[in-house]
Design a protein around this ligand. Structure first.
Ligand SMILES: Nc1ncnc2c1ncn2[C@@H]1O[C@H](COP(=O)(O)OP(=O)(O)O)[C@@H](O)[C@H]1O
Ligand SMILES: [Mg+2]
Length: 591
């Protein structure tokens, strides 16, 4: 319950709407209470009015009373409408604000947060959990106010007619609340299970669609189908149980209302007999009891809603209270003209047992290219992440010129660099928008500029072959590019940013050696005034670099230019020999 206090700030923000909502609830209930009272008076008038003699007299009276009754209904309905328009609309506003707050928080949090939390969880926080909190802020609050107001108004009226009858008639109502609370919480538990099974089922289905090629190639159709039908069977069983419990809901309520009405008729009848009450009074009582039913029924429902909302808000709060380790709270401008320097950098991932980098030192200045070679898992991508400041080093430091990177403005720094990651990501959007994505001045970019960078990344001819050129839509509903084409587009995207420091993390792996040669040539022209860090496991990619470092299990074992390293006849030399041989073999088999 405490966790829900967090959204009180939103109730404050929308306090006028909220207060108006309460006012409308009171007014609507006021008219609601007048109706049974008026109805009972009408009955008594029909019974006892001696001046009614002809049919027309009755007709006029009926029209008069009916008209007034309808007037009350309309007024009650109108204010009920306003009540929903204020409180439910307020809850939608709160939902909107809360979603934005969570999303903005997501944007601030760093990579280590995303490594720790599954995408599904992040999605659930912002959709399902916020949805449950909204149920509390809207319907939950609205029905609570409605319950309190209607209870006070109705019970006052009832007591004014007959205190003792009021007492007897109200006895079944708390029982109903408790029963409904029990039924609701059982249903909530069951529907959670149903939801879980449902999401398992849809993940299963989704995976079997995206993996259909593998499934067919390995002839695993039957196994997958069995798995799906098992899950569907469980889903069906759980749903049926839910339906069963659900089916008890209305009969229970109707039974208890019936009980109250019976008490009203029996005991009220006795009172009428003793001339302590009129027939109209009994009718009014039955109507009041019916009117009290829904608020009381909602009591059980409200408490289970509040419980679920509190649990959801608790999870949301945990996210909102997470502090990003890498903050953009410095103002000093990074002077990338002075180059980037790694000084004895060591790094260990948060959840890992061992450090992945040890004592890494190097420097790159504008105009220079630093190449990193090493086997898979040697820590190349980790170095790139450190350069992009997705993480901070565990030991040692990274400097821009003389300044520690941690003391410089993060946003300004990120603005000056471009990282082409190993696993390319393109949005389901046009090629042009994907290219412009990383650029501040995206709107002013001309087609000529897009063409120029695509030419450098050697992907322009591919784009021009598409019917819609730069307006070709990529992704699931658009064109599927080959791995190499995607890599080249993401290189072009980085070049378009015109960065002072360009980091290419093994991003030519899916490109053939000849194309690679062309791109590297182009990049050399591009790299004249900027620092470049290029990662590869292929020596052909990097041999023209100013400096090469060889990484083995997170340590630099050799460093120097291509010729220097060859003359050392160490690991680099062996790697070179091996790759030359493989290339030769490949050529021989082709020819
Ligand atoms: N987020 C992470 N958490 C824990 N360990 C990681 C993480 N990312 C990478 N590693 C580990 O760090 C080592 C270096 O990985 P990486 O830098 O990706 O190597 P490379 O790019 O050279 O293939 C590997 O052993 C890998 O398993
Ligand atoms: Mg890598």
């Amino acid at each position: 319950m405490k966790s829900l206090r967090y959204i009180n700030k939103y109730f404050k923000k929308y306090k006028w709407r909220f207060l108006l909502g309460i006012l409308f609830t009171v007014i609507s209930n006021y008219f609601g209470v007048q109706m049974p009272a008026f109805f009972s008076e009408s009955i008594d008038r029909f019974q006892s009015n001696l001046s009614l003699q002809t049919k027309t007299d009755y007709l006029y009276l009926a029209l008069e009373l009916g008209g007034i009754y309808m007037g009350f209904s309309l007024l009650k309905g109108f204010f009920l409408f306003l009540m929903r328009q204020t409180i439910i609309v307020m809850s939608r506003f709160i939902e909107y604000d809360l979603k934005n707050e969570i999303y903005n928080k997501y944007q601030v949090l760093d990579q280590s947060f995303y490594k720790k939390n599954a995408t599904g969880d992040l999605m659930n926080r912002i959709s399902e959990d916020v949805g449950l909190v909204r149920m509390y802020a809207g319907p939950g609050i609205m029905y609570t106010i409605n319950l309190v107001v209607s209870f006070i108004l109705i019970v006052t009226k009832m007591v004014s007619i007959s205190p003792s009858l009021t007492f007897y008639v109200l006895i079944p109502l708390p029982i109903m609340s408790i029963l409904i609370y029990k039924v609701s919480s059982t249903m909530n538990k069951m529907s959670l299970e149903v939801q879980k099974e449902q999401s398992f089922l849809s993940t299963l289905a989704q995976e079997s669609f995206s993996g259909i090629r593998i499934i067919k190639a390995y002839q695993r159709e039957q196994q997958v189908a069995d798995k799906v039908s098992e899950s569907a069977e469980r889903y069906k069983k759980q749903s049926m149980r839910l339906v069963l419990v659900n089916a008890f809901f209305s009969p229970t309520i109707i039974f208890l209302i019936g009980l109250s009405s019976m008490i009203a008729i029996y005991y009220g009848g006795l009172l009428t007999f003793e001339k302590k009450m009129t027939v109209g009074g009994i009718v009014a009582f039955i109507m009041y009891v019916t009117n009290l039913t829904w608020p009381f029924a909602s009591l059980g429902w409200i408490s289970s809603i509040i419980q679920r909302a509190a649990a959801s808000q608790q999870r949301i709060n945990e996210f909102l209270q997470t502090k990003p380790k890498i903050k953009d709270d410095q103002t000093l401008t990074p002077l990338l003209e002075q180059g980037i320097v790694f000084e004895h950098v060591g790094f260990q991932y948060e959840n890992a047992e061992q450090p992945v980098l040890h004592d890494i030192s190097f420097s790159v200045k504008p105009g220079e290219t630093l190449a990193i070679v090493g086997q898979t898992g040697s820590g190349k991508s980790t170095i790139c992440s450190l350069v992009a400041r997705h993480f901070d080093p565990s030991s040692g430091c990274i400097n821009i010129g003389e300044q520690d990177l941690r003391l410089l403005s993060l946003s300004q720094y990120r603005n000056e660099i471009a990282l082409v990651p190993q696993d390319v990501f393109l949005f389901s959007d046009t090629i042009a928008n994907n290219l412009k994505f990383g650029s501040e001045n995206a709107e002013q970019l001309k087609l000529e500029e897009l063409r120029a960078v695509c030419k450098s990344a050697h992907v322009l001819h591919n784009i021009e072959e598409f019917e819609h050129g730069f307006d070709t839509i990529l992704g699931e509903r658009g064109v599927n590019l080959s791995g190499g084409q995607k890599q080249r587009i993401s290189i072009a995207r980085a070049l378009l940013r015109n960065p002072k420091l360009l980091v290419l993390d093994d991003c030519l792996s899916a490109v053939d050696t000849e194309t690679e040669e062309i791109i590297l040539q182009e990049l050399q022209n591009f790299s004249k005034n900027r620092a470049t860090i290029i990662v590869s496991h292929r020596i052909s990619t990097i041999r023209n670099a100013t400096k090469i470092i060889v990484l083995v299990a997170g340590r630099i074992t050799e460093a120097g230019s291509h010729t220097e390293l060859l003359s050392q006849k160490g690991a680099y030399f062996d790697m070179y020999q091996l790759q030359l041989q493989q290339e030769l073999e490949a050529k021989n088999t082709l020819s």
